[in-house]
Design a protein around this ligand. Structure first.
Ligand SMILES: N[C@@H](CCC(=O)N[C@@H](CS)C(=O)NCC(=O)O)C(=O)O
Length: 240
């Protein structure tokens, strides 16, 4: 049986799940807990060195890493071109990756500076213990920041949103490549770090707050409205 390991609130996992659902691929889902879940993920991947990240899809035919690969796998399983032409989508996915990397660094730094968000990162514990554990949680969050800091570029999230706006204007169809497909899913994920969707499963409200970017929300209401318009395409039974 196909198994997806991911983080429910992560834009990369959300991209992968949207693509799998849209293609009608059946899979079990398991939530990944950074650091604590890493040894078992490494065991499953048989990878002892180098970085590991989620989402990862385990199929009978092998392992598929990363949201783009998982989406391409989903399209292959569907056996049609409902997610679009992946050679053309790659261009847009690179823009999404660059923007999301910058957003992640901003979010991780916001969490490191927010006691309530740090507490939410832990399993439920008696509240007097929480402040004692905060320095350990903060160190773990800072390690996550270091792991991905080389991908950070100030302004890259905003630049990616500007590219999305231009792409939609040039296309004139409401979709980046003329009809709904993975390019839209991938770029839509940029908005997870502007105003998270109400159904996003965060560990708590402090996390949701850290993912929000009010300045970008004020600048890009048109893109938030565009995302709302993609809602019919989220259904597993979608057949457009
Ligand atoms: N290019 C990858 C990026 C995946 C990624 O950045 N995953 C992060 C999500 S925040 C992750 O695994 N974080 C947890 C960790 O590194 O332990 C994709 O498209 O899936």
């Amino acid at each position: 049986m196909t198994l997806l390991i991911g983080e429910a609130f992560s834009p990369w996992t959300r991209k992968a799940r949207w693509a799998l659902d849209y293609c009608g691929v059946a899979y079990r889902y398991r939530e990944y807990i950074p650091f604590l879940g890493e040894p078992s993920l490494r065991m499953k991947l048989r990878q002892w060195r180098g970085t590991v990240s989620v989402p990862v899809l385990f199929t009978d035919a092998g392992v598929v890493r990363g949201s783009f690969g998982i989406a391409r796998h989903a399209a292959r399983v569907a056996g049609d071109d409902r997610l679009g032409d992946f050679d053309r989508i790659r261009f847009w996915d690179d823009i999404s990756e660059t923007g999301l990397a910058a957003a992640r660094t901003r979010v991780v730094r916001a969490i490191a500076a927010n006691d309530a968000a740090l507490d939410e990162s832990l399993p439920r514990l008696p509240s007097p213990l929480m402040p004692l554990l905060r320095p350990i949680t903060r160190r773990a969050v800072k390690a996550l920041d270091r792991k991905y800091a080389h991908l950070y570029g100030a302004g890259n999230h905003r630049d990616a949103l500007l590219a999305l706006r231009r792409g939609l204007r040039d296309s004139g169809t409401g979709f980046l490549l003329g009809r709904f497909g993975y390019a839209d899913i991938s770029l839509c994920a940029l908005l997870d770090a502007v105003v998270p969707e109400p159904d996003t499963a965060f560990p708590g409200e402090a996390h949701r707050h850290c993912w929000r970017d009010d300045a970008l929300a004020r600048e890009f209401p048109d893109l938030l409205a565009w995302r709302d318009g993609l809602r019919p395409y989220r259904s597993r039974r979608a057949s457009h």
